[in-house]
Design a protein around this ligand. Structure first.
Ligand code: NGS
Length: 347
């Protein structure tokens, strides 16, 4: 009798493991075999439409910087405008953008002047050699966030040197550095070439990780594949710690975003998404950067995510700060992320 129980118990464990493995492989399979640029509708089964804003994260915050206590900002900002059309004036300079937004404090920090913000968001932008994109992003992102009445700061994490780009390490560095400055309640990870075009896409976190860039012009304003988790995503610090942040070993273009999408799935969390009407972005056109060649090992890494995610990520210290500057429109943090041979590889 006891033997029978043990055997059936073991059998159940084996069946469970096989099913989990199959589900995992099916998840990965979809990323590689979905028709690119074709687009899919958001599946209601795996993802939740974000038709509400979680307020539980911010209850009772009224720590004004001034002596006078400001009233809390309204639940829905009266300044929202909905969809806008973008233009990219060729004569625009960073100095113009700076002049346009004098209310932004040094380091790219802003707080509403007439009410106490309900939400506190750090924007983390990985960067190298994309000054042109950065200028337009700052031009549109500052007023976008201000219309949402957020307390926010923009951190640009710049990879030093010429070695292949490692966006994932820059993200982990950005989180650690931003959280040293303030206990941000929400971390937004933002590609430098994506400009949000509808301010109803509120840059706040929810009870699950968020994928904000659901409808990018490049993909016909639809998801390129069901499990796409790239472009702009958001986590509370706790959610980010739960998935152990980004993996550190993706060098070059591709799949580091799929990897964190997978981590969310493996950590048994769900994904919040704005509707396709609201989660709209224009991608500024460009080719692959010289220093960001396609990572040919990316699928191999992704398949190993199941074994690696708890070991490789935010828990490892994979960068060193070279400089930290509070510029008028953003905080510029330049970091050394080294190479696969370490932070100071032998010459
Ligand atoms: C997918 C990549 C993602 C990437 C996305 C969009 O196919 O890492 O394209 O890229 N995943 C795989 O290759 C499995 S984009 O057009 O924005 O450069 O984010």
């Amino acid at each position: 009798m006891v033997k029978l129980k043990v055997v059936s118990g073991l059998l159940a464990v084996v069946v469970y493991m096989v099913l989990s493995e199959l589900a995992f492989l099916d998840y990965i399979q979809k990323m590689f075999h979905s028709p690119k640029n074709y687009g899919v509708e958001i599946s209601r089964q795996n993802y939740m439409y974000e038709h509400y804003v979680d307020t539980h994260l911010t209850k009772g915050q009224n720590k004004s910087q001034n002596k006078e206590v400001l009233p809390l900002c309204p639940n829905t900002s009266p300044l929202l405008r909905g969809p806008i059309n973008l233009t990219f004036p060729s004569e625009l300079t960073l100095a113009n953008v700076q002049q346009k937004y004098p209310q932004v404090e040094l380091g790219g920090r802003y707080r509403p002047l007439d009410c106490e913000a309900r939400h506190h968001t750090a924007i983390i932008i990985p960067h190298r050699d994309r000054e042109h994109h950065l200028k337009f992003l700052l031009y549109y992102l500052h007023p976008f966030l201000q219309r949402q009445q957020l307390d926010y700061s923009i951190y640009v994490i710049h990879q030093a040197g010429n070695y292949t780009f490692n966006k994932a390490r820059l993200m982990n560095a950005g989180v650690r550095e931003a959280l040293q400055e303030k206990e941000w309640e929400c971390l937004f990870f933002h590609d430098v070439d994506l400009i949000p075009t509808d301010d109803r896409n509120i840059y706040v976190c929810g009870s699950h990780p968020k994928h904000a860039a659901t409808a990018i012009n490049k993909f016909g304003f639809k998801l390129p594949y069901d499990t796409y988790f790239g472009g702009v995503t958001a986590f509370t610090p706790d959610q980010y710690r739960t998935i152990n942040g980004f993996p550190n070993n993706y060098w070059g273009w591709g799949c580091e975003d799929d990897d964190i999408g997978l981590r969310v799935y493996l950590a048994k969390m769900r994904v919040l998404r704005p509707s396709l009407e609201v989660g709209r972005y224009d991608m500024i056109k460009h080719g692959h950067d010289k220093g960001n060649t396609v990572n040919r090992l990316r699928s191999k890494y992704l398949v190993n995510a199941l074994e690696n995610w708890k070991r490789d990520g935010l828990n490892e210290d994979m960068y060193e700060v070279i400089s930290w500057e509070r510029l008028p429109l953003y905080t510029n943090i330049t970091v050394n992320v080294g190479t696969p041979a370490g932070l100071h590889p032998p010459p």
